[in-house]
Design a protein around this ligand. Structure first.
Ligand code: MUC
Ligand code: MG
Length: 367
């Protein structure tokens, strides 16, 4: 199982429905397809989504770091030597989605070699997850229409509402309109992507106390250390750390520092190996976990559901698994489908996915 070749292929697929949030917006899935080849002919596949406003990575930087630094360090290693692979990748700081894609491609190889699904190898807790849909910035009426469409079409009843606009009352009004339209049975939570100050966040939370929110996520920056701690002390629901807690060490810092009391796990940035470290760490600390979405395409979503469904603690809440619905197309030979508000884990060996060669030829940016 020696690694003989690592590919980093930039591709771009437009969004039919762009997503807007406080730290940025996505119009095109300008991701990188990562393929790790072994001497036995196995090919592990994953995708890396550049999020410059979150991690500083770009499509070009992901391709460059894989081609020039990661691939040469991986060649000749066995896919079983994941810990050595990570030691070598970690000689380079940052670049979380590039590292995560390599990690998940290695797990795909291991699963294929064993003839077993990765989700089973990770923990095999359940075969599906409830889906949470992210509602991006728009006038309140459009946000309601979007949530109703996703509920009526896919049976989804959990929604994460993007907040963090100014004035904050626009978001309070949108959340209220969503609650009124969706009724008391829907689960609603909010994600500010650091858009508000601690004081704005506190005011907004106070004005939404009757809306029955499930969680609040990254309402203000974690770098406003005392302000954020002050806010979390007053927050009536678990406060999720997302972009402020992207490793087990950052989770320790944020939780013990009082800057969060729940954590978003995203396989797009911690792969399977480090996501398990984060997850087990959260279990040890006794804080809840939500499977987040890095605005993944279908390949990334297959990875998120494989991981989320594999463990009790990551399968507990609905996972954010529907961002791919906004894309105009994707690369998988068998597209994902959300039914009855749930997404199933792929049952084939490894990640159980195939890449459509015609689609890849159409969307790749390097030829
Ligand atoms: C999220 O949960 O924040 C938007 C920015 C990012 O880094 O992830 C997405 C979704
Ligand atoms: Mg978030």
């Amino acid at each position: 199982m020696k690694i003989v070749h690592v590919e980093a292929i930039p591709f771009a697929i437009p969004y039919a429905k762009p997503l807007r949030f406080a730290s940025g917006e996505v119009h095109t899935a300008d991701h990188v397809l990562v393929r790790v080849h072994t001497d036995e002919g196995l090919v592990g596949t994953a995708e890396a989504p550049p999020r410059p406003y979150t991690y500083g990575e770009t499509q070009a930087s992901i391709v460059a770091v894989i081609d020039t630094l990661f691939a040469p360090r991986l060649l000749g290693l066995s896919a079983l030597e994941r810990e050595v692979a990570h030691e070598r990748l970690d000689r380079t700081v940052g670049n979380p989605t590039a590292k995560a894609a390599v990690d998940m491609a290695l797990w795909d190889i291991l699963g294929q070699a064993a003839g077993m699904p990765v989700s089973g190898l990770l923990g095999g807790y359940t075969d599906r997850m409830r889906v949470s849909h992210m509602v991006g910035f728009a006038p309140a009426g459009q946000m309601v229409a979007e949530a109703e469409r996703v509920r009526d079409t896919y049976g989804v009843t959990t929604f994460k509402v993007k907040v963090g606009r100014r004035p904050y009352t626009d978001d309070v009004d949108a959340c209220r309109a969503l609650r009124e339209a969706l009724g008391p049975g829907a689960e609603l939570y909010i994600d500010g992507n650091r858009g508000w100050t601690a004081a704005e966040s506190a005011r907004a939370l106070r004005e939404m106390t009757d809306l029955g929110l499930l969680f609040a996520e990254e309402l203000c920056p974690a770098d406003d250390v005392l302000g954020r701690r002050w806010l979390v002390e007053r927050c009536p629901v678990p406060f999720i750390a997302d972009e402020s807690a992207t490793s087990a060490a950052e989770v320790t810092r944020e939780i013990l520092g009082g800057s969060a009391n729940a954590v978003s796990v995203k396989t797009a940035r911690t792969g399977f190996t480090a996501s398990q470290r984060v997850l087990h760490h959260c279990e040890g600390l006794g804080v809840p976990v939500v499977m987040g979405n890095q605005i993944d395409g279908q390949i990334g979503t297959v990875c998120s559901v494989a991981f989320g469904a594999a463990h009790r603690s990551s399968a507990r809440y609905a996972g954010e698994l529907s961002n791919f619905l906004g894309m105009s197309d994707d690369l998988l030979t068998e597209p994902l489908t959300i039914e009855d508000g749930t997404l199933r884990v792929r049952t084939g060996a490894g990640l159980g996915i195939g890449i459509d060669p015609d689609k890849l030829a159409r969307y790749r940016q390097d030829r």
